[in-house]
Design a binder for this molecule. Structure first.
Ligand code: NAD
Ligand code: DAU
Length: 375
């Protein structure tokens, strides 16, 4: 974004949100960061801007309409960038309720408050106002090996409770544009990786377990394909859409890095063998363990990013090789960050998710419900 703005960012203490907040502050923007600090939110991600007066952190829930309205009227943002969500597919299978509350109800609350705020603005401020909804490629469902990549017109076919809740929130945003003329845009992005990702997701979980000599749990046959994007590339895509995207449009964002999960895990292991040659667990690949598959596991995601590339001139800066090396190195350089996020409730989740998989060699998959939003 070229000139300096005030942005209301939701979920700015999470993985992608905190990366975006750090970059927005570095560009001179003022950020009001609304985050409930669930298990996935971590102020440690923002310690480098702790005393920066341009970063105003507010611990609160996007479902608190009074709070959202107060923040809008007090701070007069020129944009709302909406990251806050329950984001982990496995947790959505174990306990979908929090996903509906945050991802659907929470987006509805934000849209209502945003509309009232937008309608209260003077004509010139209205022209510049944007609501950017950060969404996922999982709304499109799953691809067979020969299928073309997801494009913006691919029909929605969400398969997990997480994907269904994000698809519902996308539909609400679409309706607010169409019916109320709210100047909103949607981005649908593929799998992100990089600094500050909570180690419940594939790449940081594998790094953490490998360092501790624990099994590396590969679901099913490990041949499911994801399209990986380094997190700062997602952030530059969001900035490009905020600045130059067409109101009411959606933009697919992806790095063109399709990899099978097993290849990703093997590459992480090879990087650790190189960067930690004295570890007693070299070769780390020996720790790979096949465990029971995720129910309803989507086989393949792939993004066709030609629209954002041709219309907005956005391109990913990192290849998967450079981005993954930076990521592994970042986790090796930040043991305190890992210690901090893996205490308490994290252990509870890991026990529930992986004990059910390894103990149940046959039969139905069953994970006791875990409230996703709970610390
Ligand atoms: P995350 O789980 O790391 O962070 C979510 C943040 O939202 C946390 O800080 C959490 O405290 C906050 N939050 C949760 N519920 C809240 C509520 N009710 N009120 C206020 N704050 C709340 O998620 P992430 O991986 O950074 O994903 C951010 C967004 O990007 C999500 O909307 C997700 O669907 C989307 N997305 C993620 C990926 C990915 O690969 N991680 C890819 C595409 C899109
Ligand atoms: O595609 C975008 C989505 O990517 C985002 O919308 C989600 O918020 C984000 O969590 C991510 O979803 P995935 O389910 O693809 O990510 P996850 O890291 O959980 O899993 C990646 C792949 O690795 C998936 O095929 C499941 C597999 N996996 C995952 C874990 C945690 C394993 O094999 N073992 C594991 O322990």
């Amino acid at each position: 974004m070229s000139s300096h703005h005030t942005l209301l960012i939701t979920g700015g203490a999470g993985f992608i949100g905190s990366n975006f907040v750090l970059s927005a502050i570095a560009q001179g923007h003022r950020v009001v960061n609304l985050d409930a600090l669930t298990y996935a939110g971590n102020l440690g991600n923002l310690s480098s801007i702790e005393s920066n007066p341009n970063h105003i952190f507010v611990q609160g829930n996007i479902n608190d309409r009074d709070l959202v309205e107060r923040l809008l009227s007090e701070h007069h943002p020129s944009a709302i960038v909406h990251f806050a969500a329950e984001s982990h597919v496995d947790r959505s299978i174990a306990g979908p309720e929090a996903f509906l509350k945050t991802n659907i109800d929470g987006t509805f609350t934000l849209l209502r408050a945003a509309r009232a705020y937008y309608e209260s603005l003077a004509p010139e401020a209205r022209m510049g106002f944007r609501f950017l909804h950060v969404s996922t490629d999982e709304v499109y469902g799953t691809l067979a090996p020969e299928d073309p990549a997801f494009h913006e017109k691919t029909p929605y076919a969400p398969n997990s409770p997480y994907a269904a809740s994000k698809a519902a929130s996308d539909m609400l945003v679409r309706a607010w544009v169409h019916t109320y003329k709210l100047p909103a845009l949607i981005t649908n992005c593929s799998n992100n990786y990089g600094p500050f990702q909570f180690p419940e997701k594939l790449i940081p979980l594998m790094i953490l377990n490998a360092l501790a000599g624990k099994p590396l749990p590969v679901y099913g046959d490990g041949q499911q394909v994801r399209d990986w994007l380094f997190v700062t590339d997602h952030c530059t895509a969001i900035s490009a859409v905020l600045e130059n995207g067409q109101i009411g449009e959606t933009y697919n964002v992806g790095g063109g890095n399709q990899r099978a999960n097993l290849d990703v895990v093997n590459t992480v292991c090879a990087l650790l063998d190189e960067l930690r040659p004295d570890s007693p667990f070299v070769p780390h690949g020996q720790l790979i363990t096949y465990v029971q598959d995720r129910p309803g596991h989507d086989r393949r995601y792939a993004i066709d990013a030609r629209k954002i590339e041709s219309e907005l001139g956005w391109h990913a800066a990192e290849s998967f090789e450079t981005g993954l090396r930076k990521t592994v190195q970042w986790y090796l350089n930040h043991p305190d960050w890992l210690d901090n996020v893996t205490s308490g409730a994290y252990q509870q989740w890991v026990t529930k998710n992986y004990a059910a998989r390894t103990e149940a060699a046959t039969g139905d998959y069953a994970v006791a419900p875990v409230e996703a939003g709970a610390k």
